[in-house]
Structure formats: C-alpha cells, structure tokens
Design a protein around this ligand. Sequence first.
Ligand code: ZN
Length: 235
Amino acid sequence: MTEEIFATDAYARATEATVLEVGPQGVVLDRTVFYARGGGQAGDTGWLRWDGGEVRVADTLRVEGRPAHVVEGDPPRAGTRLNAEIDWDRRHVLMRTHTALHALSGVVWRHHGAKVTGGSMDLGVARMDFELDRISADFGREVEAVLNRELGQDRPIRVLFLPRQQALADSDLIRTKINLIPERVDPIRVIDIEGIDRQADGGTHVRSTGEVGRVRVVKTESKGKAFKRMRIELD
Ligand SMILES: [Zn+2]
C-alpha cells in the first residue's frame, strides 16, 4: 500500500519516496503527498525528481486503490528513490475552494434546511445544487453575507477519524448520507469546520476558515422543483 500523507497533513508539499511500480496508468510510490482525484477534488500536479531525472506529474488518479502519478516523459524505474513535490499554489487554491464548498453546504443547511444534491469544483470556482423548492430574489446575496461572516470568524477545521458506529449516530453526518459509505470503511474520515459543517470526506482542506478568504456568489438559478443551483468564486 501507499502511505497517503495528504490524508493527515494537507500542508505537506514534498516527500522522499521509493517507486513501487510503474504501470500504464502511472507511477505508484510507497508514500506520497499527491492527492488522487476523487470526491469532486482534482488530482494534484507537480514533479518527481531523482538522481539523473525529472518528470512533470500532470494528474494523480486512484488506480486499484492507490494513487497513481500520471507523468509526462520517461518515468523513473521501480526501486528509484526520488523526491515528490506537488504544485502547492494550485493545491492551496483547491483546498480553499473545497473548504468554501463545505462551508456553503453547512450555511444553506442551517439557514434554509436544504440538503445538497450535487456539486463540482475547479480552481477557485465551484457550484452546488440544493434540494430547495422556493428561493427569494435575495437568496444569493443573503447566503453570501452569512457565508462570509462565518468564514471571517476564522474557525478551526479539523480532520477526524471517527469509528464507523459513532459516525453513523452523528446527526450532522447523517444529513450528508454517511450510510452510503461502504461498510468496510472504518474509521470514517470526517472534515469538521467548527460550528459550520461536518461531513465525511477524503479531500484536502485549509486549517482555518480565515484562510479561505472571501467568497462571492456569482449566480443562483432554479433548475426545477426542489433543484436550485448556486455558483461561487473565491476572491
Ligand atoms: Zn468535500
């Protein structure tokens, strides 16, 4: 297996590692700081550097349960000791975007009782769909104001590993359909944005809401009954 450093330390930018395997889909390492695409968050990009070589990592995917680094150029051979470094500037924007999306989901749940039905994110932009029947003309502006007020309080964000039974009994987590997580997953990784949102998640997040910065609601639209879509951008 690969030690996935990003799961417990989202701020680790580089690590020494050894190549375990080189497959058609990418390079597998014994440990990595590269987040593998999943849960709506893009895979990391960056570099692998070793004595006598360097390749750019264009994407990171999960292949047979392990992160696979998709490289441009000749990959290092199995057994090579190398340094793996992510493109931190890009990753940090993704972390801020991902945390903003969780905070948005918490705010819309607490103030409007609406569940999230879908969403997507990219660098500094995201959209989220809500199970919401009717919205006022000011809905977007109201949500934006509350969201920025909450983020501005600089609340801590923690990564928790909860025993499955405990997680299944947590009312905040039930809302986000934690029961759909495969039974073999225990403990369950949870991202807790203090006082705002709590959900099972595999992604990387910033350590405090202040680090997200300000968020703009750029569009709110009705896509039908119980289907409202909101687009946000980071400042
Ligand atoms: Zn998430």
